[in-house]
Design a protein around this ligand. Structure first.
Ligand SMILES: Cc1cc2nc3c(=O)[nH]c(=O)nc-3n(C[C@H](O)[C@H](O)[C@H](O)COP(=O)(O)OP(=O)(O)OC[C@H]3O[C@@H](n4cnc5c(N)ncnc54)[C@H](O)[C@@H]3O)c2cc1C
Length: 406
């Protein structure tokens, strides 16, 4: 199974004659906020918080986004940015992922995604790479993949797989939400949510400043476990994953092919499952090597483990001579945390017993894909009491109140 647990098993085979239609994204019903815009505070400047702020403000809410460090400073800025239409089919994320893939496409049309944040369609291949084997060639492999790659399979086509540069995407969404819909961004740390008679009243920031709110959204990713209101209800843990960003000297030879590898090192150990994403910016992003670890308080303190980074460099140069030392500059080596829940399903909905307080977290390895649909659905829930774009029932935090074996 893929390291980040998103590889479709078995790989989805798409009949090209059966092209996936592009349903028009359902629009959020027009707001009934005729008199007073609802005052909503969104906590967390990752892709989930930013998309929620965007869709809330688009529909007329007065939104303030609170971020303790920088917008897209954590996983949302360091992810791969891979998007797939149907890889979550058959599971609880199917509808969310499909709606979100299409929302990405319509957002890209509206916000000039190709130029603003590197949105593009991709072909996606799976490969087996054994360091001990000799270089091989195959009709399916573009020429820059000149290492020992075996058994290539097409597991995604430009109709069903795409990518964004996640940091540019997240920052574009918040910038446009500020310019077009008046969202305010404050760099401050949420300390707690004030609850009065079972309803949210305000948030208290570090230093004691209090901001009143009609509704509050907690979208703080793997830091959710540090908020008592959430940790008293369910667990969110962080899975630390590593990545490097390379800049090949000859970027023009790198084609838009995303690679999902089964990688066998000659020093032994089990197969690794790193992923390689060329970007239209000329960069090549390589990620993998994850393990559960405590999330530090400050995102700026997250450092990659040197052995994991060294392994990703080794993967890169084995897959392609264009990605080896001397042929490619090293633009970044980094780590960040996937926000995970015990049942592997995101939590999106109102916190039981606290009217007006909403949570959106636990998106694991699909937060960039599912950010737009999560934000659009939550905006509908908050403003209209019901989400029409995606059925949020299965994501409700109230599932943690139910006995697991009734
Ligand atoms: C290596 C790697 C590769 C990935 N690749 C992909 C991919 O290709 N496709 C995909 O769909 N997904 C991918 N993901 C998953 C995706 O990155 C995450 O699911 C997503 O970014 C989570 O977004 P988030 O907004 O919940 O959390 P984060 O991005 O972690 O954002 C949370 C924000 O909350 C802020 N915050 C925390 N506490 C507070 C507080 N008390 N007050 C104020 N602010 C606070 C933090 O500073 C942070 O900015 C990848 C993840 C990793 C690690």
């Amino acid at each position: 199974m893929n390291l980040l647990a998103r590889f479709p098993l078995p790989p989805v085979i798409i009949n090209r004659q059966n092209r996936i239609p592009v349903p028009r994204a359902k629009s959020i019903e027009s707001s009934s906020l005729m008199d007073q815009p609802k005052k909503v505070i969104v906590c967390g400047g990752g892709v989930i918080g930013v998309c929620t702020a965007y869709f809330l403000a688009e529909k007329g809410a007065a939104v303030t986004l609170i971020e303790m460090s920088d917008v897209a400073c954590a996983a949302s800025g360091k992810a791969g940015g891979f998007l797939a239409y149907d890889w979550c089919d058959g599971g609880p994320l199917e509808e969310l992922a499909r709606v979100s893939f299409n929302l990405h496409r319509s957002l890209s049309e509206k916000l000039d995604g190709p130029r603003s944040y590197g949105y593009r369609a991709l072909t996606t291949l799976s490969l087996t790479v054994r360091e001990s084997e000799r270089a091989s060639a195959s009709r399916l492999l573009p020429s820059w993949i000149d290492g020992p790659a075996r058994s290539p399979k097409t597991i995604g086509t430009p109709e069903t797989t795409a990518q964004v540069h996640p940091q540019l995407f997240t920052r574009t969404i918040i910038d446009r939400a500020v310019e077009m819909y008046g969202v305010k961004v404050e760099i401050a740390k949420l300390e707690r949510v004030e609850v009065e008679e079972g309803r949210v009243g305000s948030v208290v920031l570090e230093g004691g400043r209090e901001l009143e709110a009609d509704a509050v959204v907690l979208a703080v990713g793997p830091w959710s476990s540090k908020l008592g209101l959430i940790s008293s209800l369910f667990r969110v843990y962080g899975l630390k994953a590593h990545s490097i960003v390379l800049e090949p000297r000859d970027g023009s030879s790198i084609t838009p092919h995303a690679l999902f590898l089964s990688y066998h090192s000659s020093s032994g150990g089990g197969a690794l499952d790193p992923e390689v994403y060329p970007r239209p910016t000329g960069e090549v992003y390589v990620c993998g090597m994850s393990k559960e670890e405590e999330v530090p308080d400050d995102p700026a303190e997250i450092r990659g483990n040197p052995e994991s980074i060294a392994m990703l460099k080794r993967v890169a140069k084995t897959v392609s001579s264009h990605l080896g030392e001397g042929e490619a500059g090293l633009k970044a080596e980094q780590a960040c945390f996937l926000p995970c829940t015990d049942d592997g399903i995101p939590v999106i909905g109102e916190v039981p017993g606290v009217k007006g307080c909403y949570v959106a977290t636990g998106h694991n390895c699909w937060g960039i894909l599912n950010g737009p649909a999560t934000g659009a659905a939550l905006a509908q829930l908050i403003l209209h009491g019901h989400s029409a774009i995606v059925d949020l029932k299965r994501f409700s935090p109230s599932r943690f109140l139910l006995p697991s074996n009734p």
